[in-house]
Design a protein around this ligand. Structure first.
Ligand code: NAD
Length: 384
C-alpha cells in the first residue's frame, strides 16, 4: 500500500498533512510512503527528514498522485488536482463538502473514495482524529495573539512606578473549540474575559477557564443533533445583538468564532455596535472566511472602522504550521490506523467513523446532506 503526502498548492498554505514522526510509524508497519519534494518545507520538515525515516521523495507530481493508493492533504483540494487522482484511489483531507458539494460530485465521478476531515464524527472514540478541533485550537490561540499585538494597550494589569494599568477587557463570542482556546489564551495574558455562546452547556466550561459567561435567555432550541449550534430565528438574533451591544462597547478586544456548520456565519457584531467601541479597540473575526461574524469584516484584510481595527484572518492554522501540521498529522495517523490491515487498505463501512467521514465511494456521493445540496434524491447503494 502506497500513501502519498501531496505538496500543498493553495496560496498561503504552509502546513503539511503528515510529519516525519508519523511517517516513521507507517514505514515500520510496512506501508510505503511517498512525499512530494518540498511538501514539508514551509512547515520546516525537510525532504532529508522524511527520507531519514524511510519515505521516498518524489519530484514528479503526476507520478506521485497517479501511483498512490491514498493521497493526503490538509489545504483545500484544487480543481486542478482532481484529475491527477487515480480512479479507485482514496483521498483524505478537508473538503468543505457542505460549502462545496460540487467538488464531492467531481470526486465521485472520478471514482475516488473521498474522506472529509470535517465529517469525522464528534464522538469520544473519534477524538484523536478530530482535525476540526486540532486546527480550531491553533486558530483560537493565534487570534488572541493577533488581538494583543494589534491593541495599543497592555493585556495584563500592571502595577508600576509610572502608575497602575488596568487589564484589557476581552469578549469572546462563540465558545466552541476555538473560542475556549481564545478564552484560555487571553486569560493567560492577563485580560479580563467575558464570553457568549447560544449553547447553554458551555457556560460551565467558560467559567472554569476564569471568564464570565454572558447569559442571554433565548426562547428557542439552540442545539442541533451532534451538539452543534442551530441557526437562530431573526427575532433571537436581534435580541442577542441588543444584549451584546453594551458588552461589545465596553470591550478592548472582541474575538468572534461563531459558526453554524454548513451555513453562512451569523452576524453578531453590527456596524452600529462597532461604532460604540472605543477608538483603538480591535476585533478579530475568525469566521471571516464564512462571511464573518462582524458586518465590517473583510476576509484577509485589516480594516479601520471609526478607529476600530477589524481583522479578518484567513487560514490562521497555516500561520503556525509546525504545531498545526503536527496535530493534523496525529489526526490523520489515527484515521489511517482504522483503514489499514496487514499492510493493505481495508475500509470497513460498518465502522461509524469510516461511514461518517466518507463522502464519495464507488461513483456515489455517500453523505446525505451533500446529496440534498446537489438535489440528488436517490439513495446510494449499500457498501460493505
Ligand atoms: P463551531 O466551529 O461549529 O462553532 C463555534 C461556536 O459558535 C459553537 O460553540 C457554537 O455554539 C457557536 N455559535 C453558533 N451560532 C452562534 C451564535 N449565533 N451566537 C453565539 N455563538 C454561536 O463549533 P466547534 O468548536 O467545532 O464545536 C461544536 C460542537 O462540537 C460543540 O458542542 C463541541 O463541544 C462539540 N465537540 C465535540 C467533540 C467530541 O466530542 N469529540 C470535539 C470537539 C467539539
Amino acid at each position: 500500500m502506497k500513501v502519498a503526502i501531496a505538496k500543498e498548492v493553495e496560496a498561503g498554505e504552509r502546513r503539511v498533512a503528515l510529519i516525519p514522526d508519523a511517517v516513521a510509524k507507517l514505514v515500520k508497519q510496512g506501508i510505503e510512503v511517498l512525499v512530494e519534494a518540498g511538501a514539508g518545507e514551509q512547515s520546516f520538515f525537510s525532504d532529508i527528514a522524511y527520507e531519514a525515516v524511510g519515505a521516498k521523495i518524489v519530484a514528479d507530481t503526476a507520478a506521485l498522485w497517479g501511483e498512490a493508493d491514498v493521497v493526503l492533504k490538509i489545504g483545500a483540494l484544487q480543481e486542478s488536482e482532481i484529475h491527477q487522482l487515480r480512479e479507485g484511489s482514496v483521498f483524505i483531507g478537508f473538503l468543505n463538502p457542505l460549502g462545496n458539494p460540487a467538488l464531492v460530485q467531481r470526486l465521485a465521478e472520478r471514482q475516488v473514495t473521498a474522506f472529509s476531515m470535517e465529517m469525522i464524527p464528534r464522538t469520544s472514540r473519534a477524538q484523536s482524529m478530530d482535525a476540526l478541533s486540532s486546527q480550531a485550537n491553533v486558530a483560537g490561540y493565534k487570534a488572541v495573539l493577533i488581538a494583543a499585538a494589534s491593541l495599543p494597550k497592555y493585556f495584563p494589569m500592571l502595577t508600576t512606578a509610572a502608575g497602575t494599568i488596568r487589564p484589557a477587557k476581552v469578549l469572546v463570542m462563540g465558545a466552541g473549540v476555538a473560542g475556549l482556546q481564545a478564552i484560555a489564551t487571553a486569560r493567560r495574558l492577563g485580560a479580563v474575559v467575558e464570553a457568549f455562546d447560544i449553547r447553554p452547556d458551555v457556560k460551565e466550561q467558560v467559567q472554569s477557564l476564569g471568564a464570565k459567561f454572558i447569559d442571554v435567555e433565548l426562547k428557542e432550541e439552540t442545539v442541533a443533533a451532534g451538539g452543534y449550534a442551530k441557526e437562530l430565528s431573526e427575532a433571537s438574533k436581534q435580541y442577542t445583538r441588543e444584549v451584546l451591544t453594551q458588552h461589545v462597547g465596553a470591550s478592548d478586544a472582541v474575538i468572534t468564532t461563531a459558526q453554524v456548520p454548513g451555513r453562512k456565519a451569523p452576524v453578531l457584531v453590527t456596524r452600529e455596535m462597532v461604532a460604540q467601541m472605543k477608538p483603538g479597540s480591535v476585533i478579530v473575526d475568525l469566521a471571516a472566511e464564512q462571511g464573518g461574524n462582524c458586518e465590517c469584516t473583510e476576509p484577509g484584510k485589516d480594516v479601520l472602522w471609526n478607529g476600530v481595527t477589524v481583522i479578518g484572518p484567513i487560514n490562521l492554522p497555516s500561520s503556525m504550521p509546525v504545531h498545526a501540521s503536527e496535530t493534523y498529522s496525529k489526526n490523520i495517523s489515527a484515521l489511517l490506523q482504522l483503514m489499514v490491515k496487514d499492510k493493505a487498505l481495508n475500509l470497513n463501512f460498518e465502522d461509524d467513523i469510516i461511514t461518517g467521514a466518507c463522502v464519495a465511494h464507488s461513483g456515489e456521493i455517500r453523505n446525505q446532506r451533500v446529496r440534498e445540496a446537489l438535489g440528488i434524491t436517490a439513495q446510494p447503494s449499500a457498501v460493505s
